[in-house]
Design a protein around this ligand. Structure first.
Ligand code: DER
Length: 224
């Protein structure tokens, strides 16, 4: 039988919540990819929605699939955003940014009435922090910003790609910060965002309204 794809299973379950007339936020990453694919299928069979994308990558995919995108100037409000996560804890706090899209994702998530997080079971953790926390910083003086971050008790590392510093869609750098474990996510979030030069970080505190988990055995569950 077709080998199960837990990310796809979770993503397609989330898309069931999308109804005609909605404005939809399109997440970024390999799980959100399947949600966008499924939305594209439903648009082809008549679903009436408008969408905004959380990355150039997702915007291009939406265009390929014929999902109608609107500019922010025409945006009333976003009814539902479907996005992935690198970690989800018991309070539904998230670590995101593995794909480098955290700033646009958080901007769109924070203006969404619903944020549906779609993950495979490997992302559900008791304590956040095993995944190195992505922090988006401006390029100017990033070494100074890095030093302030490490003073919070982590090991920040400049994200590289093809032997160059990775640059986000917004022209910034990402520092992946190894906190070992993040005991109080909300306090950690605020401390990081108070550092001059930090644009935002991958902690999404109390933003998820639904969490849908796909399992290796093909089953899918919405957490309660
Ligand atoms: O970069 C991001 O924020 C992604 O949503 C990430 O958190 C999850 O990516 P994945 O679905 O490819 O694991």
């Amino acid at each position: 039988h077709e080998s199960s794809n837990p990310k796809r299973t979770a993503a397609e379950k989330a898309v069931e919540y999308i109804q005609d007339g909605m404005t939809v936020g399109l997440g970024t990453g390999s799980t959100a990819y399947w949600a966008i694919q499924q939305i594209g299928k439903r648009v082809l069979s008549g679903l009436q929605i408008k969408a905004v994308a959380t990355s150039v990558q997702s915007e291009n995919l939406a265009k390929e699939l014929g999902i109608p995108l609107i500019p922010f100037s025409e945006l009333e409000e976003i009814d539902v955003t479907i996005d992935g996560a690198d970690e989800v804890d018991g309070a539904w706090n998230l670590v995101k940014g593995g794909g480098g899209a955290l700033l646009r994702e958080k901007i769109i998530a924070s203006s969404s009435k619903q944020l549906i997080v779609v993950v495979d079971e490997s992302k559900v953790v008791d304590q956040l922090g095993k995944f190195h926390l992505p922090v988006e910083v401006v390029k100017f003086g990033y070494e100074l910003t890095r030093n302030k971050l490490s003073a919070l008790g982590c090991e920040p590392k400049l994200r590289m790609m093809d032997q160059q510093p990775f640059t986000t869609d917004n022209g910034n750098y990402i520092l992946d910060c190894d906190f070992k474990q993040i005991k109080s996510p909300s306090e950690c979030h605020d401390a990081i965002n108070h550092i001059p030069g930090v644009v935002d970080n991958g902690l999404f505190i109390k933003m998820a309204t639904r969490v849908i988990v796909g399992y290796q055995d093909g089953s899918v569950e919405e957490l309660k």
